[in-house]
Write a protein that binds this ligand. Structure first.
Ligand code: ATP
Length: 423
């Protein structure tokens, strides 16, 4: 983990939030590379879950919602974690995270005693309005999910959706986590990518769609390069299920800090639509309350796991073997020497032309070896070098990140070559 955290800072993926003022616990800022990586991840999810489907539409709901939403959804009462305090050092922990408790117990010489667990509500409060003392107390959304439910009837009446159909959304959520930690894994501000898929209310339909979505989601992660051996499904025991869930399974990653959830598949039954008093009228005029199968993933957690899974060391060389679709820069362009005008201008032309279609990095500092080293750490799949031979025969060297092999490619064939390699 330390290596990943250091690489993220060094190369501009992720920095501690508000770092120049000592940071703010549980917040992280994405740097130049991290911001592109995150955008790629979100775009790929959106393409898979909305663009390529004819049974899913997307929404982008407000972060601040009427507090009634949280009362009706049960979050004011039940969106809690069990909090315990170590009687030796007064640090607070989640009683349900046995691993974290064990790790903490090892830090004390004497036997650790704990207070009895208390329910701690995770919703983050905010105050809205312009008159001091008369502001409305609201909550920043603790899950993006409710934005899909409160718009259920709007979506049904403004589009031509038919059951089964889904509402997809990506956005920020906020939780007053008791123990933020493990880098971005548990933050107080984070992003979710979720699908609420509405089906006819029926146990059999529920199982069918639950299994369908669970496999779809697993396949999506492996199609983007996560090693299947580092992934597993884990069923929730009844006592750990969220207040809204009839049935739940997580997709977990074999992280350096243990197997950890980064996406949950839930059968929410009709819990939410009933709570908000919402229903659906089908083409035959029959009114009913659909059930919901939800896929709820974390952008930050999956990004972290894509990074960890892609990280490899080959002697001194550290390589992020990210899937080309996820890699922030698809290609880097170098002039062999920074002080040879013909090389620089030829390289600049290639750089400007490729930039029309993809993110391209430019580097003319130091020697080629150092530039490769930097691009390997950034996960850039290809590096193009313009050298003296280029001036004679209009070819460049293309070097592959994963094999470190180089080949000569004609400049005018580069767009086609890249398109093929990056698909
Ligand atoms: P955990 O118990 O690990 O805190 P959770 O079970 O409360 O997570 P859910 O409510 O199911 O999480 O949220 C769905 C997804 O949102 C999670 O799988 C995760 O990817 C993401 N997520 C939830 N809480 C956080 C957080 N504090 N920081 C980053 N991502 C989060």
């Amino acid at each position: 983990m330390e290596k990943i955290v250091a690489l993220c800072k060094r190369r501009g993926f992720i920095y501690p939030g508000s770092e120049i003022y000592g940071g703010l616990t549980g917040t992280w800022d994405y740097g130049p590379l991290g911001a592109i990586f995150k955008k790629n991840l979100k775009d790929l999810w959106w393409k898979e879950m909305v663009q390529l489907r004819s049974d899913v539409v997307g929404v982008d709901a407000a972060i601040m919602m009427n507090p009634m939403v949280w009362e009706k959804s049960g979050h004011l009462k039940a969106f809690t974690d069990p909090l315990v305090e170590c009687k030796v050092c007064h640090q607070r922990f989640r009683a349900d995270k046995e691993n974290e408790i064990k790790v903490h117990e090892k830090t004390h010489k004497e036997k650790t005693e704990w207070t009895t667990p208390q329910k701690f509500n995770l919703l983050v409060k905010a105050y809205l309005g312009i008159i001091e003392g008369q502001q409305d107390e609201i909550y920043l959304r603790g899950e993006i999910t409710q934005g899909a439910f409160v718009n259920f009837e709007n979506v049904a009446s403004s589009t031509r959706v038919k059951i089964p159909f889904g509402i997809a959304q990506i956005g920020k959520a906020f939780r007053n986590e008791i123990t933020p930690g493990n880098f971005t894994f548990r933050s107080r501000e984070f992003e979710q990518m979720e699908l609420e898929f509405f089906i006819k209310p029926d146990e059999a339909e529920g199982d069918k769609w639950f299994n369908y979505w669970k496999n779809q989601r697993m396949n999506w992660y492996t199609s983007l390069g996560i090693n299947r051996e580092n992934l597993r499904f884990r069923k929730h025991e009844e006592k750990e299920r969220a207040h809204y869930a009839k049935f739940a399974e997580d997709i977990e990653y074999n992280a350096p800090f243990g197997w950890s959830e980064f996406e949950g598949i839930h059968n929410r039954g009709d819990f939410d639509l009933s709570a908000h008093n919402l229903s659906f009228i089908d083409e035959e005029g029959k009114k009913f309350t659909p059930w919901v199968i939800e896929t709820s993933g974390g952008i930050d957690r999956s990004l972290l796991f894509f990074l960890i899974d892609a990280y490899t060391e080959d002697g001194e060389r550290k390589v992020l073997k990210l899937h080309p679709k996820l890699a922030p820069y698809k290609v880097a362009v170098f002039p062999l020497l920074a002080n040879k005008e013909e090389l620089v201008s030829e390289a600049r032309k290639i750089y400007e032309s490729l930039k029309q279609d993809m993110m391209v990095a430019w580097d003319d500092r130091g020697n080629i070896g150092k530039r490769y080293f930097a691009q390997d750490e950034a996960g850039t799949p290809f590096c193009i070098t313009v050298d003296f031979q280029t001036l004679e025969d209009k070819t460049v060297t293309v070097r592959d990140r994963d094999t470190a092999k180089q080949e000569r490619v004609k400049i005018n064939e580069l767009p086609e070559y890249m398109a093929k390699k990056l698909s």
